[in-house]
Design a protein around this ligand. Structure first.
Ligand code: SF4
Ligand code: SF4
Length: 93
């Protein structure tokens, strides 16, 4: 049996439809969004789908052109481990 559907969470990416409006970057609680060479990008090692902070991905909520679709599938456990790692990094600062 595969994993329960409710445990499946998707990681996000920003597509080339991005208009560089800069609205999403300050909303990310994990500092996962940054200005790339041409458009904004998401660091997959920092994106937790906002797990640990919010119920919904904040970047998707604010993007005016809806250009942050699902990219790869990650489980809640993986995202929670990432959240905990990031929290440890913050605590060390
Ligand atoms: S889903 Fe949340 S953690 Fe991931 S990039 Fe968007 S705002 Fe940041
Ligand atoms: S909110 Fe959407 S359009 Fe604006 S910078 Fe972020 S990804 Fe690009």
């Amino acid at each position: 049996m595969g994993e329960e559907l409710c445990d499946i969470i998707m990681a996000l990416k920003i597509t080339e439809e991005c208009i560089n409006c800069d609205v999403c970057e300050p909303e990310c609680p994990n500092e996962a969004i940054y200005q790339g060479d041409e458009i904004y990008e998401i660091d997959p090692n920092r994106c937790t789908e906002c797990i640990g902070h919010f119920d919904e991905p904040q970047c998707r909520q604010v993007c005016p052109v809806d250009c942050i679709p699902v990219d790869i599938v990650e489980t809640k456990d993986v995202l929670m481990e990432r959240y905990e790692r990031l929290q440890k990094e913050i605590d060390k600062k």
